[in-house]
Design a protein around this ligand. Structure first.
Ligand code: GLN
Length: 365
């Protein structure tokens, strides 16, 4: 028998046989699938995948390698990766590391030789599926209990300052200062804000409104992050106060938290939106953007007297964007920072910066 044979045991009772990319202990997690054809490095390093085993439906992974620039966080936080074919010799033009080197460096369990499309069919059919990757053929149990502390595992523990001028000596006059509340932020969010001439302070996710006020920001971004937004109910009062006080932009988990903090409801999608080609309609202009997405939960309802639904998903009509009718709060379910995927929706950041500049127009209550 070949030495690197391993198994994926699913909570549905299914068992799939594959091979370890490198010898690892097993792992467990919620099974999700991502349909992007490229961007596997950004997927692997997006902290929102913490606690999840990610199946890539595109068959060849690793073909242009990995590099230091495309890391979306300091390390991968996903529980495991399932692929069909690993590329062993990537195109060298952008590559500093191979998939094998990345997996061994961070000790990520990677299983290959799996029919990822068949696996995806199982996940789509059952919706909420948990899996265990192991060398053991006869394992029968796998976790079915959600980890409620995922954000704590990925958020920064100390504040981090980012500036185009690393020494803070020559800040551009009128440069905006943005606080990013870190529920598991992707570096591309900070990079986009820096490119727009902002400087940024990333704060731990549970930072109080007093801490935020002490930094005197012009606006606050609530970042993406892992897990079920309802598990963070103890943060909602604080988020309500912050978003009522500062112009705010919510992205993905941050968006769901803004909705909950303002009396909205969230729910689980049947099998999530994870990929780089999810069509989203701007309800004002009628234009459709092709967006980057990674979420399993969604806003189910929000008080439409005070909130306008600004964007909807073209495929399933789910809510993709909301804006407060009188306060400067914008919030989107998709990823305007892209990475991976298209930047069709990047104007969301410009709209947010405009809210900071025209504070007078949408005054806080
Ligand atoms: N990318 C994210 O922020 C994901 C949000 C949330 N964890 C979800 O799955 O819906």
């Amino acid at each position: 028998m070949e030495e690197n044979i391993c198994y994926l045991h699913l909570s549905t009772g299914d068992r799939l046989q594959g091979k370890w990319l490198h010898q690892v202990e097993g792992t467990e997690g919620e099974m999700v699938f991502n349909t992007a054809m490229t961007g596997y490095q950004e997927v692997m390093t997006d902290p929102s995948y913490a606690g999840q085993i990610v199946t890539m439906t595109y068959p060849l992974i690793g073909n242009y390698g990995f590099n230091d620039i495309d890391q979306e966080s300091i390390r991968p936080f996903l529980s495991g990766l399932i692929i069909a074919h690993p590329c062993k010799a990537p195109d060298p033009s952008h590559s500093q590391y191979t998939l094998y080197e990345m997996a061994t460096k961070y000790n990520i369990p990677v299983m290959y030789d799996i029919d990822t499309r068949a696996l995806t069919t199982i996940i789509r059919k059952h919706g909420e599926v948990y899996g265990k990757m192991t060398t053991n053929k006869d394992e029968t149990t796998c976790i079915q209990v959600k980890d409620k502390n995922l954000v704590e595992k990925v958020s920064v523990t100390k504040r981090i300052f980012y500036s185009t001028d690393a020494n803070f000596n020559h800040l551009i006059p009128n440069e905006k200062h943005i606080v990013v509340l870190d529920f598991g932020y992707k570096h591309s969010i900070v990079k986009t804000l820096l490119e727009l001439g902002c400087h940024v302070t990333v704060l731990p996710y549970q930072s109080s409104i007093q801490t935020v006020k002490s930094l005197k920001p012009d606006g606050v971004v609530l970042s993406n992050g892992p897990g079920d937004p309802k598990d963070l109910d103890y943060l909602l009062e604080n988020i309500n106060q912050i978003t009522n006080y500062y112009p705010s932009l919510g992205i993905c988990l941050g968006h769901q938290l803004i909705a909950l903090a303002h009396g909205g409801k969230t729910d689980r999608l049947p099998f999530g939106h994870r990929g780089s080609n999810h069509p989203v309609k701007d309800l004002k202009t009628g234009k459709v953007w092709i967006t980057s997405q990674n979420h399993g939960y969604v806003i189910e309802s929000i008080d439409e007297k005070n909130w306008e639904i600004t964007h909807k998903n073209v495929n399933d009509q789910s809510i993709e964007g909301i804006a407060h009718r009188s306060k400067p709060i914008l919030s989107v379910q998709f990823h305007p920072e892209a990475h991976p995927g298209p930047a069709d929706a990047s104007s969301i950041f410009l709209n947010f910066i405009n809210l900071l500049t025209n504070k007078g127009e949408k005054q806080h209550a």
